[in-house]
Structures are given as C-alpha cells and as structure tokens.
Design a protein around this ligand. Structure first.
Ligand code: PLP
Length: 407
C-alpha cells in the first residue's frame, strides 16, 4: 500500500496551522460542555449547566414544515442569499411584529448566527481596524476580530451594571474604529440594552462612520416588562450602518438545523453574499423553507416562543434567588436570554485564585459543571445556563450549597 514519506506521527502532530487560526482559542463554552460529557462517560452523575442550547425539542409545526419542504423536493441548491420566500417571510414578520421596513434584498439566509457574524465582520474589516467589543462578550466576538487581524478594543461596562451606554461607546471611538459588536439580550450577562439607549449607541456610531453588528440571537427571550427591541426597526439613515445577525437556534430551539440570517443594507448584503457563495453557499434548502413557513405562521410562532419564554422565566424566578441566597454569590436578575451570571470574586483568594479554580472545585466536588467567566472577558464570574430542567437546577444548587458548607 502506498504510504507518503511524510505520513509519520511527527509530521501529523506538527501540522503547519495557519497564523490566523493558530491565534484562535477553542470556544470555552464548548470546552466546558466537553468536560461534562467526559465525566459522564466515566460514570459520574454530572449536572451540566454549561449549555447555551434550549432543552426543548424543535416545535412540531416546524418539523412538519421541514417534511413538507422535502415532499416538495426542495432538496436542491437555492440562491446563495436564500429562497425568496424565506427572505420575504423575514421582511413580513419584522414589519408586522416590529414595524420594521426593509426589503428582501437586504436579507441573507446563513448557516446559523455564527456565519451571519463571520460574514458581516469579514466583509467589513481590514487588518489593523479597531473593533469595539463591550465586556463581558460572547466568546466568538474577539476570535472573529483576531482571525481578520483586526484589533479588539474592549469596553468595560461593570459600572453601568453590564449595560452598554452610548457614552461608553463615544469615549471608545478613535479614527481607526470601524465596527462595534453588540449583543442584547446578552450572553453571558442576561442584560438587555433599552431601546432608546441602543438607538443612541447607533447614532453615536453613525456620526463617526462606525458600523454596528447587532447580535440578536436572543431577541425573543426578554422577560416582561423588558421589551424586545431590534435594530432592524430603526429608520433607514441609521440602519445603513447596521447589520443584524439573527438566528433560529434559540428562537425555535433549532440549534442543530443551522440556520440564521443577516439584515443589512444592499451593498453590505451583496458583499456578504459574494463571500458566502465561496464558503457554505447557503443553509439547507428545506430548512429555509421550514423557517420561512414558521415566520409566516405568527400565531404558531408566538405560541411556541411564548411557551419556552414562560418556562425560562419560571426557572429564572426560582434559580436567581436560590443563587443569591448562597453566601458570597452575587447575581443580578437577568432581563433576557437564559443565563445567570454569578459574581464569585468574594470567594477568590488563597484557596481559589481564579473563577476557573472555583469552577474546577465545583466540578470535582459536586459534579456540577458551569462555565468560567474568563472566556467572556470576566474572570471572577461564572455563567449558569438555565436551559435545563428545574430538577437539574434544584439539584445543582443543593449540591453547590453542600460543598460550600464543607469549605
Ligand atoms: N451569538 C450568541 C450571543 C450566542 O450565544 C450564540 C450561540 O450560543 C450564537 C450567536 C450562535 O448561534 P448559532 O450559530 O447557533 O445560530
């Protein structure tokens, strides 16, 4: 059998990874989930609170639409930017629900929110450009900037309770600033930027020709009285600076289906379409069909999202007071998404130098896995996902309480 002379173990382990990828860190949230899975494989009864993934199945009516798409033989390539019916259903949905006014030519169907973010950043940024990223951030944002050799400029937001303000943005803009990436409702903090502040943030950016990438993947998960706000509903003069990255992953519990979208001006959309035409082409044809149909079905969509939101709210209303009752845990009430962001800095010192040490301790002693804040630029914090059953949450808190009592 032919064997290439370079096919040796040494050669393989010395894979000459590109400089752009070598700089990237593996997603810390995925890593924590992997640790939980490994422990489970070893027979431990692990409670995994790391997952940023709804624990609900995809609603039946959406699965039925996907089957319908298959029956219609939607099994071929679609246009790169997606099926026209998909684009039109997004336009119609946003017009109806948010009073937004944009055209189907401003939409691209993407393989999840992640591709939407990558498309937007890669078509705008050059090496050396500055990208404003509020802290704490979703782990992928700085990695995208890194990949493009752009420079992440982090904005501290703790003094405004982790809610980004226009003032903070204004003070961070320089002549090199090209983009602000903002995520609201926020992963990991659960905070939501109020609509008028978001508008001011975008105005401040537009005045200085800075573009804004708004990651709205938790758009529908804001707990009343907090209001849902999409930057897609802004007037045209502001919207031309905005790219909305949307996703169906959380909205319809469709993480594995890989579908999202961008809403951006026609020029930006044209460049993103060009880029996507050389990478993934487009998301799966009958999945686009299913999501388009789901958006057309306002009543079905609202019922499905409403049921999930109510269940997240029920868990949040139990979990947050339970965490706050633990000595040295500080945790604000989330306004959106499905994460509790716990400040454990009071516990750091000789025994635990970092929140990662403390997360390791919880893992080893209580078999509860949570995500350390460092990957979000927030050492000293832990992220607890409540996209898991109430029973898991109650057991996890009980276990944590017990091990802390023994400290
Ligand atoms: N943005 C944020 C803030 C997220 O938390 C996630 C997933 O966890 C995504 C984007 C990406 O979602 P997807 O690519 O599954 O649509």
């Amino acid at each position: 059998m032919y064997s290439h002379p370079k096919f040796s173990k040494d050669f393989m382990t010395n894979f000459p990874v590109s400089a752009n990828v070598a700089k990237m860190k593996m997603s810390s949230t995925l890593k924590a989930g992997q640790t939980a899975a490994n422990l489970r494989d070893q027979g431990f009864d692990v409670i995994d609170l790391t997952l940023g993934e709804p624990d609900f199945p995809t609603p039946e009516f959406i699965k039925e639409y996907a089957c319908e798409g298959l029956q219609k033989n939607l099994t071929k390539y679609t246009p790169t930017a997606g099926l026209k019916s998909f684009q039109e259903s997004i336009v119609e949905f946003y017009a109806e629900e948010f009073g937004a006014n944009f055209s189907p030519k401003e939409i691209i169907a993407t393989d999840g929110g992640k591709q939407a973010l990558f498309n937007a950043a890669c078509t705008l940024l050059n090496p050396g450009d500055e990208v404003l990223i509020p802290k704490p951030y979703w782990v992928t944002f700085p990695e995208i900037a890194n990949f493009i050799n752009a420079k992440s400029i982090f904005i501290e937001t703790e003094e405004t309770n982790f809610i980004l303000t226009a003032e903070q943005v204004k003070n961070s803009i320089t002549d090199k600033t090209k983009l602000l990436i903002v995520n609201s409702p926020n992963n990991p903090t659960g905070r939501v930027i109020p609509a008028d502040e978001m508008r001011r943030i975008i105005e401040v950016c537009a005045e200085r020709n800075v573009y804004v990438l708004t990651d709205e993947c938790y758009l529908f998960f804001a707990y009343p009285p907090t209001e849902v706000f999409t930057s897609a509903s802004l007037p045209e003069d502001l919207r031309q600076f905005v790219c909305v990255a949307g996703s169906f992953s959380k909205t319809y519990a469709m993480t594995g289906w890989r579908i999202g979208y961008t809403i951006a001006n026609e020029d930006w959309t044209r460049e993103m379409t060009k880029l996507q035409s050389h990478s993934t082409s487009h998301p799966t044809s009958f999945v686009q069909y299913a999501c388009g149909r789901a958006m057309e079905n306002h009543a079905g969509s609202k019922a499905a999202v409403g049921a999930m939101l109510a269940e997240y709210e029920r868990r949040k209303d139990w979990l947050i007071p339970a965490l706050q009752a633990i000595e040295n845990f500080k945790c604000a009430m989330p306004e959106g998404a499905f994460y509790a962001f716990v400040d454990v800095r009071n516990l750091l010192g000789d025994r635990f130098k970092t929140s990662a040490d403390f997360a390791d301790f919880l893992l080893n002693k209580s078999h509860v896995v949570v995500t350390d804040g460092e990957g979000f630029g927030a050492d000293g914090f832990l992220r607890f996902s409540y996209a898991t059953s109430m029973e898991n949450l109650q057991n996890a808190v009980e276990r944590i309480r017990k091990v802390l009592e023994q400290l």
